[in-house]
Structures are given as C-alpha cells and as structure tokens.
Design a protein around this ligand. Structure first.
Ligand code: FAD
Length: 341
C-alpha cells in the first residue's frame, strides 16, 4: 500500500516470515528465515518490532512450539482443510487480508516454488514492491528501511534495493542463503488463530492432490555436507563420471555449472548458482569450474572451498581456500583413490 510518512512510522511494525510446510514438516527455509528475521527485528527494536511467523496449511496443531524455539515471538496460524493443497488464489487472499489487518513492516518468504508463486500475487493485491531472490537483508541505520541485496543484470552488479513508500517491504530468499539459529526450547510466544473466510475458498479451480515426481526429486544438494561440482572442464556427460565417483567416496552430492546443463551433460536439478540452487555445504569441491559471478553467488558461503583447475588465474582460484592447479582427470581420480583406501 502506498502511504505517507506519518502512516508508515505510526502503523507498520513487525517482521513476518511466511512459513512453509513440506510433507507435514516446517520447511528448512522457514527456519533460516526466522534467523534473519530475528536480526532484523532486533535492529528495529525502536519500533518494538516482533518476529511473526504466518503459518498456513492443514493439520498444523502444535507446530507453533518449534517456531517459538527458533525465535518467533508470535505465530499466526491458519489451519484449514481448504489450505491442505497449495492453491495460490486461496493462499494469497488470506495473506493479503491478514497483512491489511496486522500491518507488518517487512514480509519475507522462501524463494521456493510456492513462495515464488504466492509473493508476487500478494504484492500486487497489496500494491507494494517485491525483491526476489535476495542474497542479503539488513536494516539501514538511518532510515530504518529494509536493505534488500540481490545480483542484477545477469549478476554483473550487486544491487541494494529499498522500498520507501509502500508497505510491507517484501522479499524472497532462497534456501541456504541464511543459517537457522540454534533452537532454544525455553522460548515461548503468542499464538493467534485465524481462519479462512468462505469467499476466499471460492476459486476458479480446485487442487485435488500434490505429488513430487522424477528421480531429480531425490537430488538434495541443500542437505549435503560435501558437494563435488563439475564445470565445462569435465568436457562431456561421460566426463562427469569422475565427479560422481568422488562424490560417492565422500558421501556427497554432485553439483554443476549452468554451462554443463546447457550442454545436456547433467540435469538442471544439479545446477548451482544464480538461476540454480544456493548451497552452503561444509566442503564445496569445484572441478573444472571457472567461477563466474553467476556460479559464485550460489556457493560462495560454503565453509571450505576447494578448486581444481588447469588455469591458476581462473576466478574460482582466488575465492578458494585450497586451489589445486592441474588436470581434473588426473587430480580427481587420485583424491578418490586416496579417500577410498
Ligand atoms: C543470467 C545468467 C544466469 C546464469 N546463471 C548461472 C547459474 O545459475 N550457475 C552457473 O554455473 N552459471 C550461470 N550462468 C553462466 C555463467 O555466466 C558461466 O557461463 C558458467 O558458470 C561457466 O561455467 P563453467 O565454469 O563450467 O565453464 P567455463 O567458464 O567455460 O570454465 C571452464 C573451466 O574449466 C577449466 N578446465 C578446462 N579443462 C580442465 C581440466 N581438464 N582440468 C581442470 N580444469 C579444466 C578451465 O580452465 C575453465 O576455468 C548464468 C549466466 C547468465 C547470463
């Protein structure tokens, strides 16, 4: 909503996280967002800002407890059979109505398929701005505005975006960008129960079921402690075999650059980077990857980065904690052999 200065200062506070449920559990990205929401709310203490998780779905009873442990001060729960399956029309109507009622200053959501579908609809209904795929969120010390950082123009610049005259300030963030804070089981909070209005349930279509399909759903780069990634240096689909072997030896997952996906050597589910996944493993091993900015934004927060490249001047070699100059077809099998013995 477009507002004048007095209205903004007087009536909008709190940092909201749009909670997400997957397979009956709170999605990991929701916990990560509660962590950054806590930081943002603490920086807006002057405004008495609280961390609020809006949780929508069916069969949610008791889930608020874990959200309080993860720093939510308040949970607004909408538990209704009509929310069992994701219908963006029903969900967006409910979110928009609750925003008008409670007036959050900030609303953040995971850049998941649901978040990407829901947040733009809400932004249009509420008439505010939305910054998608943020890689950083902070509060401007002077103005108190949300600083929303994200790569722009194909990753060639990093832009920091402010939403000055509309509320709430809305952002989506991919999984793996922020870390969840440690759970504190002494924390409690306030539970507010809301419902779905009858007119919100009347939509043009009904979602009858939800299912995930295909082998790609088993590729889980987000949960892997070690990721071994292949770039154009692997040269072919067959060349990825050495990458898979090393990943197996370290019980890790296989990542890839967009160049290899575009070449048809491996499926999109493996892509790391700006238009792929953002990951944060303990160890990221980049093999034959040059390290263009669009790839780096997806993996630069990894705890330890090892790069194997023929070119000592490749950008990834500057970022790496351990840079091995050499032919990946010699170096990678050697490491696999050492680890397998
Ligand atoms: C809008 C946009 C979005 C993008 N999104 C993504 C994204 O999400 N993820 C992504 O990865 N890219 C993305 N890209 C593409 C990105 O700009 C780069 O083109 C891509 O990351 C390069 O992939 P690469 O490192 O595999 O290939 P290259 O840049 O070609 O690098 C290959 C590297 O392999 C090394 N090499 C060659 N042979 C060997 C060998 N035998 N042993 C060791 N090293 C060897 C070379 O020295 C070189 O450094 C995007 C681009 C745009 C414009």
């Amino acid at each position: 909503m477009k507002l004048n200065e007095t209205e903004i200062a007087d009536s909008y506070n709190d940092v909201w996280v749009l909670g997400e449920i997957v397979d009956g559990q709170v999605h990991k990205v929701t916990l990560e967002l509660l962590g950054i929401a806590r930081e943002l709310a603490d920086k807006r203490a002057v405004n008495n800002s609280k961390v609020v998780c809006l949780l929508m779905g069916s069969g949610l009873k008791g889930m608020e407890t874990g959200l309080f442990y993860q720093s939510a001060d308040r949970v607004i729960m909408v538990d209704d059979e009509s929310l069992k399956f994701f219908n963006d029309s029903v969900y967006s109507s409910v979110v928009s109505r609750l925003i008008k009622k409670y007036k959050p200053e900030i609303l953040i959501s995971g850049a998941t398929s649901k978040g990407r579908s829901l947040m733009p609809l809400v932004a249009v209904q509420i008439e505010t701005g939305l910054t998608a795929d943020c890689t950083g969120l902070d509060i401007d010390k002077e103005s108190g505005l949300l600083l929303q950082t994200r790569p722009a123009y194909g990753g060639n610049i990093i832009a920091t975006i402010k939403c000055e005259n509309h509320r709430p300030q809305m952002s989506t963030v991919r999984q793996g960008v922020f870390k969840a804070i440690e759970s504190d089981d002494t924390r409690t909070g306030e539970l507010i129960v809301e419902s779905v209005l009858e007119e919100e349930k009347r939509t043009r279509f009904t979602v009858l079921s939800e299912e995930s399909y295909g082998d790609d759903s088993k590729i889980n780069l987000h949960d892997a402690n070690v990721i071994v990634s292949g770039g154009r240096g692997v040269k072919s689909a067959e060349g990825f075999e050495v990458i898979h072997q090393l990943a197996n030896a370290v019980e890790g997952a296989v990542g890839a650059t967009r160049a290899t996906i575009d070449s048809g050597w491996i499926s999109y589910a493996h892509q790391v980077g700006q238009t792929g996944l953002t990951v944060q493993p303990e160890i990221y091993i980049a093999c034959g990857v040059s390290g263009q900015i669009q790839h780096l934004v997806g993996m630069q927060s990894s705890d330890l980065i090892i790069a194997i490249n023929k070119d000592p001047d490749a950008p990834i070699m500057q970022l790496a904690d351990v840079a091995i100059v050499g032919d990946l077809f010699e170096v990678v099998p050697e490491i696999t052999k050492l680890l397998s013995n």
